[in-house]
Design a protein around this ligand. Structure first.
Ligand code: ARG
Length: 466
């Protein structure tokens, strides 16, 4: 057969000691080509660097190296043109490419696998893939942060209710709220950068697990493949997938941030809250209820988080009982990472679009900020500052004022001076300066606080770093 394997004949890559080929079920459970074909470009790059190094160390001839490189280039174009025939009998991307190379260039192809194993080969391909994905994620987070910085700048003075327990707590600005997400996504991006540093070591040359007796130059291949240096322990190199786990943990944390934001968008865009309007481009209608505008993109971002977290747990579970070094269990690493990467990319992109297009309904936010006695803390603070009350007493007096306002069905600022003085004689008309939501936010000038002046400082800090 063209690929050298069928039920009767053994595998051409490793079948020397086998009298017959694998059963259909063995083939099905063993094959990874269905998903690891995604690694073709990394596999070819790795093989080119390896062949070049083998030739420069005199391990293979320059002629064989040239044939290998030319053949690999042909294979690259075949795969990119969609004409390459992937075979499940050849298990995975590594053997599919090597078998095709043999058809194209003959015996020289058999020299490529000198001083190499699929164990270091797959570790290399996958690291290269995850590294590129992390770099892409870094750029996408930068775009998301930029969208938030624009919204924050436009809304540094936009007053909205701040919540704890989803109950009105104290007035904040929408700009401040946006900047909270900038901090979260900024930390996610820092984690991404850190992970890139962690995995920036080249696995190739670790071979099956013990290294090799051939006089290879691992620094040369590391450099050619854009890694900082080679890995330092061949057993670790082929047996760990912590770089994939790190990607998945970062993706899970980032997805969790995205999901909380998605939840807020869902809440804010209800007619009851009405804080924002989503653009038509990022919402959908209902097939039965003509009035509806649904935040489907936000809901799906929230749901993707479940998949991404699931992938992390799946791979942690695959890895937790494995003795060193390589076990085939590890082949299950890729689908989790591929699926999580695709989900995360979509989620960040959808969220960036939503934030960029968002219409902020300032009047609705302002009105909501003024209700729910959001300036009660300001009244208590005023009593401490101006009337000399201990905070606990001021808290109590303010509670009485809230109870009265509630009874009358009005806001704190609507109580008369006489009514307030009946609650505490130390209250003067100066108190009305702090009962407005604008005065409340403007007063919170502590570092990192919600005062517009403070928020603008934080926006400037981030602008310099984004
Ligand atoms: N397809 C395999 C994987 O993804 C490649 C490594 C196979 N190594 C081996 N010793 N069977 O893990």
């Amino acid at each position: 057969m063209a690929d050298g394997t069928d039920q009767k004949s053994s595998n051409q890559m490793w079948g020397g000691r086998f009298a017959s080929g694998p059963s259909a079920i063995m083939e099905e459970i063993n094959a990874s080509i269905g998903f690891d074909k995604k690694l073709y470009a990394q596999d070819i790059r790795g093989s080119m660097a390896h062949a070049t190094m083998l030739a420069s160390k005199g391990i293979i001839s320059p002629e064989d190296k040239d044939k290998i490189i030319n053949g690999l280039n042909t294979i690259l174009s075949e795969i990119e043109a969609g004409t390459f025939e992937f075979s499940r009998k050849l298990e995975d991307i590594h053997m599919n490419i090597e078998a095709r190379l043999a058809t194209l260039i003959g015996t020289a192809a058999g020299r490529l696998h000198t001083a190499r194993s699929r164990n270091d080969q797959v570790a290399l391909d996958f690291r290269l893939w995850v590294k590129e994905e992390l770099q892409k994620t870094e750029g996408m987070l930068t775009a998301l942060i930029a969208a938030f910085l624009d919204r924050a700048e436009e809304n540094a003075d936009t007053v909205m209710p701040g919540f704890t327990h989803l109950q009105t707590a104290q007035p904040v600005t929408f700009g401040h709220h946006c900047m909270a997400y900038v901090e979260m996504f900024g930390r996610d991006r820092a984690r991404v950068r850190h992970a890139i540093e962690h995995l920036d070591e080249s696995p190739i040359g670790a071979a099956a697990l013990a290294g090799t007796g051939y006089p290879i130059d691992r620094h040369m291949t590391a450099k050619a493949l854009g890694f900082r240096e080679p890995t330092r322990n061949s057993i670790d190199t082929v047996s760990d997938r912590d770089f994939a786990l790190e990607f998945l943990s970062i993706a899970s944390i980032c997805a969790t941030h995205l999901s909380r934001l998605a939840e807020e968008i869902v809440i804010w865009s209800t007619p009851q809250f009405g804080f924002i309007r989503l653009s038509d481009a990022f919402s959908t209608g209902s097939s039965i209820m003509p009035q509806k505008k649904n935040p489907d993109a936000a809901e799906l971002v929230r749901a993707k988080t479940g998949r991404i977290n699931g992938s992390l747990v799946a791979l942690l579970t695959v890895m937790k009982g494995l003795p060193l070094a390589y076990s085939k269990d590890m082949q299950e690493d890729k689908e989790q990472v591929f699926d999580a990467a695709e989900s995360l990319e979509l989620a960040i992109a959808a969220m960036t679009g939503m934030i960029r297009d968002l219409e902020v309904r300032k009047e609705r936010m302002r009105a909501a900020a003024g209700s729910g006695y959001s300036t009660a803390t300001d009244l208590a603070d005023w009593l401490v500052r101006e009337a000399g009350l201990p905070f606990r007493d001021a808290h109590h007096v303010t509670g009485n004022a809230v109870a009265l306002a509630e009874k009358k069905g009005c806001d704190l600022a609507d109580l008369s001076l006489e009514e307030l003085q009946a609650i505490h004689p130390g209250i003067t008309k100066g108190v009305f300066d702090v009962l407005s939501v604008e005065a409340s936010v403007a007063s919170r000038t502590s570092f990192g606080g919600t005062a517009p002046s403070e928020v603008r400082k934080q926006i400037a800090w981030w602008r310099e770093r984004n």
